[in-house]
Structure formats: C-alpha cells, structure tokens
Design a protein around this ligand. Sequence first.
Ligand SMILES: Nc1ncnc2c1ncn2[C@@H]1O[C@H](COP(=O)(O)OP(=O)(O)O)[C@@H](O)[C@H]1O
Ligand SMILES: O=P(O)(O)OC[C@H](O)CO
Length: 494
Amino acid sequence: MTKYILALDQGTTSSRAIVFDHDGSIVSVAQKEFKQIFPQPGWVEHDPEEIWSTQLGVAAEAITKAGLNTENIHAIGITNQRETTVVWDRNTGKPVYNAIVWQDRRTADFCDELKRKNLHILIQQRTGLVVDAYFSASKVKWILDNVDGARTKAEKGELCFGTIDTWLLWKLTKGQVHATDVSNASRTMLMNLQTLQWDGELEKIFNIPGNMLPQIRSSSEVFGTTQNILTATNIPIAGIAGDQQSALFGQLCTHSGMVKNTYGTGCFMLMNTGEKAVISKNNLLTTVAWKINGKTEYALEGSVFIAGAVVQWLRDGLGIIRSSTDIEKLAAKVTDSDGVYMVPAFTGLGAPYWNQHARGTIVGITRGTTAAHFAKAALDSIAYQTVDVLKAMEADSGIEIKELRVDGGATVNNLLMQFQSDLLNTAVVRPRITETTALGAAYLAGLATGYWNSIDEIQEQWQVDRKFESSMDEEKRETLMNGWKKAVKAAQSY
Ligand SMILES: Nc1ncnc2c1ncn2[C@@H]1O[C@H](COP(=O)(O)OP(=O)(O)O)[C@@H](O)[C@H]1O
Ligand SMILES: O=P(O)(O)OC[C@H](O)CO
C-alpha cells in the first residue's frame, strides 16, 4: 500500500491540511478559514474549539480528496501559528478562555513595566527574545489574572497551558499527551535557550505555575498516536514545529547562513545559525530552529507584523482593488510610487524597530498621486521592511546574504519579487513548492518514522521555480531607501 504524510498547518486565518507523497509533492490540499474575534481595539482572539474542528475537518477532507483512507497515512506532522496561547482544564479538556492570538496587544503595558524594571536584559539573555506582548508568557499571566478562579485552579495543577501545537496534540491523543516541541517552546518567553527547559526565574517573573507547562520535546519524534480520531487506526504524530521554523526546514535551509523569508499576513525572515545561538545586537530574535536526533539548531529571526495584510487593507479598507491579485496589475500602471511611501505600522512596528506606539503612515502625496501609486507604495512597503530586517541580520551574523529563498501567499506577485531583489541587490529565489511550511512539518514527521532516511535524501527535492536578479543601480537604491527611512521616522512620531 502506498503511504503518504499528512501535514496539519494551523495558521492565523485558516486551518490547512496537505497530503504529501514520497517525492515531497503535494497530493491534495484542504483549507478552511475561521472566525477572528476582536473584543476590543488591539485584542485578537480565536475560539480553540473552532481551531480544532476546522483542523480536523480539513484533515479528513484532504485525505478524501486524495482518494485515500487513513491507512495510507504513514505519519502526521503539525505546524502552527506560534505564540498564540490556550489555557484549558486538565480534567474536562475545556478551554477557560479564548485563545489569545500572537497579534494581541492587551499585555503591552505589562511588558513596558518589565522594561522599566530593566528585566528585558535578563529576559533577552535567557530566551533570545525582545520583551513584547507578541510572546505567550504575558498572555498566560493575563488569563490567570483575569479569568475567575483560573489562578487558584492553576496552582492546584488543574490547568494546562499550550501553544496551538500542544492544543492539537492534546485533542488528537484525547488528552493523553501534554507536550510541545523546542521551536514552539522558544516562542513562549518561558524557555531557557541553553538548557531547552522551562526557566524557574522566568516562571516567577510572569507568575506562572510550572505545573501547567507542557513537556518540551524534540521537533522530530513520535509524540503519541491518534486515538479514534479520523479513524480507528492509530496514526503517529511524529513532527512538530512552529510555522516559521517549519518553513525554514521546508525550504531546506539546513546549513548555517541559509535564509528564507515568508510573505504571508506578516513577513518572517529566518537565518539558520547552526548549533550556535547568536544573541542579536540589532533587535532580532534568537530562536530554536529545530531539534532533530539530539542536535539542536538555532535561527536569527526578523518578525514584521504587517506584510500581505497591507494588500488586504487596500482591498477591504480602502476598496481600491477587488482581490489581492489585482494589486499587481494596478501597481504596474506606474513605473514607481513617485515619492509616495506607505508604512503599514497598523499594530506598531516589529523588527528591527519594536515600537508598539508607531502607527500606519503615508507620506509624499501630491495632486498627481493616483490609486496606482498607492498600490505600488503598499507593495514596496513589504520589500522595504524586508530590507531593514535583512540588513540587521547581516550585521548580527557577519554574513553577506547572497540568496533569499522566499515563500508564502504574496510571493506569487512577480512585481514585488523583482522589486525585492532590486532593493536588496540579492537574488530572490522562489521554489517550485511554496507550501514550505506544511512541507517542513511533513519532513519532520517522515524523518522520525523512517519514511525518509536522512536530510540528505530530501535535499534533492527542493527545486527552483524562478530566480529574480537585481537590475537597479546603486544610486537609485540609496535614494529610495533614504525616502523610506524618513517615512519610518514619521510613523514613529506619535
Ligand atoms: N498577488 C498578491 N500580491 C500581494 N499579496 C498577495 C497576493 N495574493 C495574496 N497576497 C497576500 O498574501 C497573504 C496570504 O498569504 P498566506 O501565506 O496564506 O498567509 P497566512 O499564512 O499568514 O494566512 C494575504 O495577506 C494576501 O493579502
Ligand atoms: O499564521 P501565520 O502564517 O500568519 O504565522 C504567524 C506566526 O507564526 C506568528 O509568529
């Protein structure tokens, strides 16, 4: 019987499931969007039960679409939106509150307080992270402080915390396994980057009882098996990684110095730094890439909060395009943005600025500005933010980045990819399979279960779709970047 790997890709706006074959090719895809809950300005929540039901639904759909049944599934890999926090009752399995999403800013004041107390230095040394509401720890604290009875229950060991991987693993194993992998744990702000264990001092700073934290395991091992879920067959769940680390693996950036950038809702650039955890001097994050066969590799990361989402804003907010794909045609009507710059700091700025008070800003508008200039400026803003992060990464690593592997929804846009290469003066390479996030999780699960024997064996599966080379002269590049820097300054003047 031919066997396949099922990847569950639980993202911020949708749950996806993809069946891969032994060549790493896609056999089928199923996807379902779910509700975004905005209870107050700056707050973003998801219903954990809806995350579970949509994820289970698309898993079944993908298997059926491929004309398979569950006996054909060799193993399952999970990859997920990171940092998003769920707390549930260990006995009933019911969440005590909605999932607090990575984009949620409700704990920004608490994070400012940590900075005022100078705790950000210790926290960065221990976790590799910049103190910000983005990460899980302050979100768990908020739930314990604000949900009736939650802290008392947590202290009695009656509550479980998990990122989305942990929640899905718990559901798939019917409560038998409460675990996470190191890449997800490294985004909580509670894990010590050197010991790869929960850090007692950080638990105290955030006032989180250690008994509610999941067990930290590697990224590629059998975590448990499905328990009468999908079918009576017990399928091993054998790979787990946060979605950006998973994309780094799916892009086969498995050697030190290799870099990928994912262009989705936000932009996430990761550089593999091998077995060395490089602590950033330029406001990037240090994170675990993965742990496989006892070997831990690290990455430097630049997280940009708004990228493809600016295109959605042009569509849903301004209404100047009807669908995301229309932006390329509209922007192509002009040769450049004619001095218009758009800084999409809708929820503040992430790397390398980390300014939660910055706001979206458009500068350089004249009487001659048209919708096409707005479209071009919006696309350009994605590329400019990427340049800022890449420069910080080169400075931290001492490596000149000669090639950027790209993936994510916005990479279908050739105009953007060409402008990106022009601005960076670096080759931008789009692979044949851009579903690298799901592919990474499939690889991790397949490697743990002997479906693939080694990283060397899968290395050959990565193939180029298109390579974009820079054709811009240095003077123009410099002029454009100077204009961008001024616009970023304006966005931070609130
Ligand atoms: N042709 C396009 N040009 C630019 N951006 C696009 C285009 N098509 C889709 N996008 C953007 O890509 C994003 C979706 O990509 P995806 O990788 O699915 O994101 P996520 O995993 O964050 O939900 C959306 O923000 C959308 O606006
Ligand atoms: O779900 P995505 O693809 O928007 O990714 C979100 C990131 O994991 C947040 O850190």
